[in-house]
Design a protein around this ligand. Structure first.
Ligand code: ADP
Length: 637
């Protein structure tokens, strides 16, 4: 008899496995009373004996309900496995264990379970560390996204504002150079950040109605100049002549097209680019849209083409030196296509050209799904339809100097009275002292961030201050964050970089015109009487309209200045501004306001009757607003 056979016959291995093994083995009856356990209990969880104890007493209370369910389930099965739980150790701490069970009912008709438990605390800790590392990475991304995008957007925004006030040709040239560099930097940074955000699975895809031809044409328009400069043509062949409304994410589609067409222009020196669309209806609701981007450029060699969609890979290092780029564009493009359920491939012949083919499935929409009529997309509200925000009190909370300057310059142009705070704590202080109609709140700020400040406003202020609309103002583009902002009490969200129209639209949503509120209190709406103007212009309506337009443009900032002076109790300045506005009121025949403006001028400059000045300023501003509204109608007619 071999020694192994002898060993088996003597059943010594039972002892090795059960008595000496590292697994804890419990035998527990169906009522969870512990009938037996092996010595490993002492080593792993510290107890001398648990025999006769109630198993459920040792389970972490947080998991008890779930554990009881799993235990019950195990009594109905011959075997069960991988049930995780936390068990109370002798020293008071909890340890992660996992059991596999054998049901003795099925073997020996005994109502008890053998629980073979394994210590999994190491694995749990690894998992926890992984989750924390992932969280840290996301936080880092969010911060980077803010820290990098913010100053770059600030530079780009300020350059735009500066070019409106531009002086000489030479300055223009320098400004263009800054703009060009800032734009380049923006592309590179956005590439890197986009890539990391996509990697972390946090891209939020929209599902909104859009006109596909409009979208493609906008991309072509934005790149046409670049193509013309290289003497290249861009030719577009739509799928149908009919308007095609799809439901999906038009911004991400544009991003894909911009990457591909941009590359096509970059790597083509003669000939042109052709963009072609075709459309396969899959059923009533879905269509596969096939896009093709062909160029007649330098092409990509067979061995390089395999790696073209990989991160940081460029076909040739000398190409990088010559054409620039991060080597991320196509990797992002591929990820974006795949995220939308599509696929992408490339064909190319060196010195003949390259063709990219991608397809994305979209739900089919109708015209009513379009948020804007296609010709209005991106153009924002037309100037003459814009309401004035004169007198609107805005609290702008933003820590970045340039961004604050950018936003406040725009707000002041619209006639808002804009106060500024550099962090949440200062914002709360200001809100304690004054009422505001709207708060624009950056999210990431030192001392106190926008989220905390919002919570404080909602919780610790009283009405009406705690109801002020708060718009989150942030550079983050991470999925789920918007919901978080709304959950903690913000009303809306605008992501930087914003163009003025976006800011305008979001403010307009929460803006109740001062004039319409006022119409209840100003019983006698001061109307303009244009007879005087018509007489002096000999009935020239063009001239009349020009004067009205100038008045509509110049008055809001003057009123805003007056309100601000009044808030600061600078009565002399209030009077001076009244003096400035007065002749315009006469010219436009807004005679009902003349005695009031006169009193503001006199009392302000002489600092008399100042106790009622603030109230009179409010009435005056409301009166002007009402008059301006009626003048606007006049111009539109
Ligand atoms: P980059 O930002 O460097 O342009 P991409 O990922 O967009 O990075 O492109 C990677 C490389 O693929 C480019 O550097 C270029 O070598 C090659 N490539 C991309 N598109 C074309 C094209 N239309 N024609 C020729 N080469 C191309």
């Amino acid at each position: 008899m071999s020694s192994l056979t002898k060993y088996l016959l003597e059943e010594k291995f039972y002892k090795t496995v059960v008595e000496d093994g590292s697994d804890i083995i419990f035998i527990v009856d169906y009522n969870a009373n512990i009938a037996y356990h092996n010595p490993s209990v002492k080593k792993t969880i510290g107890y001398e004996s648990l025999t006769g104890k109630y198993f459920f007493d040792y389970i972490h209370p947080k998991q008890l309900k779930k554990f009881k369910r799993a235990f019950k389930e195990s009594t109905n099965l011959p075997y069960n496995s991988n049930i995780e739980f936390e068990f109370l150790c002798q020293n008071g701490s909890y340890k992660y264990l996992e059991f596999n069970s054998i049901n003795l009912k099925h073997k020996d008709n005994i109502e008890a379970l053998i629980l073979d438990c394994r210590d999994i605390s190491g694995r749990k800790q690894d998992q926890q560390e992984l989750i924390e590392a992932q969280k840290a990475k996301e936080q880092f991304l969010a911060n980077m996204s803010h820290e990098i995008r913010t100053p770059v957007n600030g530079i780009a925004g300020m350059v735009d504002l500066l070019s409106n006030t531009m002086q000489s040709k030479e300055q223009g040239k320098y400004l263009n150079a800054i703009k060009h560099s800032a734009d380049n930097l923006k592309v590179i940074i956005n590439d890197i950040l986009d890539y990391s955000v996509i990697e972390s699975g946090k891209v939020a895809l929209e599902k909104i109605g859009f006109d596909i031809d409009y979208q493609v044409e906008s991309v072509i328009n934005s790149l046409e100049l670049q193509a013309t400069e290289k003497n290249l043509t861009i030719n577009y062949q739509p799928a149908t002549k009919n308007k095609m409304v799809l439901l999906g994410d038009p911004v991400r589609l544009s991003q894909i097209l911009i990457n591909l067409v941009n590359n096509a222009i970059k790597f083509t020196n003669q000939g042109g680019i052709t963009i072609k669309l075709s459309f396969q209806k899959q059923n009533k609701k879905m269509a596969m849209v096939n896009f093709e981007v062909h160029d007649t450029g330098i092409g990509i060699s067979a061995q390089k083409i395999e790696h073209i969609f990989e991160t940081f890979k460029q076909a040739d290092e000398s190409i990088t030196r010559k054409y620039g780029g991060t080597g991320l564009g196509l990797a992002i493009t591929k990820q974006l296509v795949e995220l939308q359920g599509g696929s992408i491939r490339v064909e190319s012949k060196v010195n003949q050209g390259t063709s990219f083919f991608f397809s994305i499935p979209y739900a089919i929409g109708t015209e009513s799904d379009l948020i804007h009529k296609s010709h209005e997309v991106n153009t924002g509200p037309k100037k003459k339809n814009k309401k004035s925000f004169a007198g609107l009190r805005v609290l702008l909370v933003e820590d970045n100097d340039i961004n604050r300057l950018y936003a406040s310059t725009i707000l002041k142009k619209w006639g808002c009275i804009c106060d500024e705070a550099v962090n949440g704590e200062i914002a709360l202080e200001m809100l304690r002292k004054k009422n505001y109609n709207i708060v624009l709140m950056d999210v990431h700020m030192p001392v106190m961030d926008g989220l905390e400040a919002t919570q404080m406003i909602r919780k610790s202020f009283t009405s009406p201050k705690n109801e002020v609309p708060i718009i989150a103002f942030t550079a983050n583009a991470i999925k789920g964050e918007k919901e978080d902002y709304l959950d903690i009490g913000m009303n809306d969200y605008i992501s930087k970089p914003f163009i003025p129209d976006e800011l305008y639209n979001v403010i307009q949503k929460y803006y109740t015109p001062v004039a319409s509120k006022a119409s209840a209190s100003v019983t006698d709406t001061p109307q303009a009487n244009l007879e005087h103007l018509k007489t002096i212009s000999d009935g020239n309506m063009e001239f009349v309209n020009e004067i009205i337009t100038a008045f509509l443009e110049q008055t809001p900032p003057l009123l805003a200045g007056m309100q601000q002076a009044c808030d600061q109790k600078d009565w002399v300045k209030t009077g001076d501004l009244a003096h400035k506005i007065k002749p315009n009121l006469s010219l436009l025949g807004i005679t009902k306001l003349i005695p009031l403006v006169q009193s503001l001028e006199t009392d302000g400059r002489s600092q008399q009757h100042t106790d009622t000045l603030a109230e009179r300023v409010t009435t005056f501003i409301q009166g002007c607003q009402a008059a301006m509204e009626s003048l606007k109608k006049e111009v539109n007619q």
